[in-house]
Each structure stands twice: as structure tokens, then as C-alpha cells.
Design a protein around this ligand. Structure first.
Ligand SMILES: C[S@@+](CC[C@H](N)C(=O)[O-])C[C@H]1O[C@@H](n2cnc3c(N)ncnc32)[C@H](O)[C@@H]1O
Length: 167
């Protein structure tokens, strides 16, 4: 058995830190940081992982992976913020997922030891941080993409969440 799996096959992750943001609850939080940029946050990386931050200050943007820890129960189909129709959960960025992982690209504005000052947050205050990766356009950017049901909907809705996905 893999060391990260328990007897039932569940995979176990330990938070490596915590993300502090101005948003105390889902309602009123940006639905995606790219649609409502500029909100500031602070990432605290726990002491035992701090050495892993060496060289991050060379990157302007970081990808944060975190636990959407206050999401409700998942369903295979969801009605996302940007539509009045249901879609398969894997065709959305809904926080209600079988494995509630959030992924946000943030701008790194400063590093103070194991604390990172960031902009463009769209997660709730206290979200458990699971990983940090550098954003590299050659790795992460794709040209000629199709965006499915989201096409034409990006500016039709407010960029802040309502409470549809709250527990
Ligand atoms: C649509 S999700 C997108 C998050 C991320 N950018 C992604 O694509 O994985 C963002 C919304 O999830 C909700 N949310 C953020 N952090 C959360 C958390 N820790 N637990 C539950 N819901 C959260 C808020 O309502 C926020 O507006």
C-alpha cells in the first residue's frame, strides 16, 4: 500500500500551510480570480516546509492548490455560477467536487521568510494549502482553446459568488 493511502484506499494529504484572505465565507468571494483580480491575501507555509520556498521569489505567479474545506456535498451535476443550466461537475470549476481541490494562480508580490504576499485570491480565509507550483506560461498556457458552455457567459454574471454552494 502506498504510504499516502489508508486501509480503505483513501488518499491522505497534510496541509503545508494556510491561505489568509479577506473573504470569511463563500458568498461574496470572487468566483475566479481572473474575473475579479487584485484582492490581496497572505500564504503562511508551515515551518517544516519552509525550505521548499527557496527560489520562489523568482516567479511572478504561483499556482496554489488547496482544500475547499467548507464545500458541501458533491453531486455529479451542478449549476455553476455562470449559468442557469446544470453541467457535469468535471465540466465546471464548482467547489462541490468528489475531491474538493481548489486551484488558483496568484501574483506573488513579496516574500517574508515563510510568508508570501499574494494578489488575485478567490478562496475563503483559512483554506488549507496543499501545494504550491510556479506558474510557467510555456507549461500552463494553451493557444486555440475551446471553452464549452462558458463561451459567451464570462461577462454576463457578477464575479462574486452567491451562497449556492455553501454548507
Ligand atoms: C468556483 S471556486 C474556484 C476556485 C479555484 N479558482 C478553482 O478553479 O479551483 C471559487 C468559489 O469557491 C468558494 N470557496 C472558496 N474557498 C472555499 C473553501 N475553502 N471552502 C468552500 N468553498 C470555497 C467561494 O464561493 C469561491 O467564490
Amino acid at each position: 500500500m502506498h504510504p499516502r493511502q489508508d486501509q480503505t484506499g483513501s488518499v491522505i494529504f497534510e496541509p503545508i500551510g494556510v491561505i489568509c484572505t479577506p473573504f470569511p465565507e463563500p458568498k461574496g468571494t470572487p468566483i475566479q480570480s481572473g474575473l475579479e483580480p487584485g484582492h490581496r491575501g497572505r500564504v503562511e507555509v508551515f515551518e517544516e516546509y519552509a525550505a521548499g520556498l527557496d527560489d520562489v521569489e523568482g516567479f511572478s505567479h504561483l499556482i496554489l492548490l488547496y482544500h475547499l474545506d467548507r464545500a458541501g456535498r458533491w453531486t455529479p451535476r451542478v449549476r455553476p455560477f455562470l449559468d442557469d443550466a446544470d453541467h457535469g461537475v468535471f465540466a465546471t470549476r464548482s467547489p462541490l467536487r468528489p475531491n474538493p481541490l481548489g486551484m488558483t494562480t496568484v501574483k506573488l508580490t513579496a516574500r517574508h521568510g515563510r510568508f508570501l504576499e499574494v494578489e488575485d485570491v478567490d478562496m475563503i480565509d483559512g483554506s488549507p494549502l496543499l501545494d504550491i507550483k510556479p506558474h510557467v506560461p510555456a507549461f500552463d498556457h494553451r493557444a486555440d482553446v475551446r471553452i464549452g458552455w462558458i463561451e459567451g457567459r464570462l461577462d454576463k454574471r457578477p464575479p462574486l459568488a452567491d451562497d449556492r454552494f455553501s454548507k
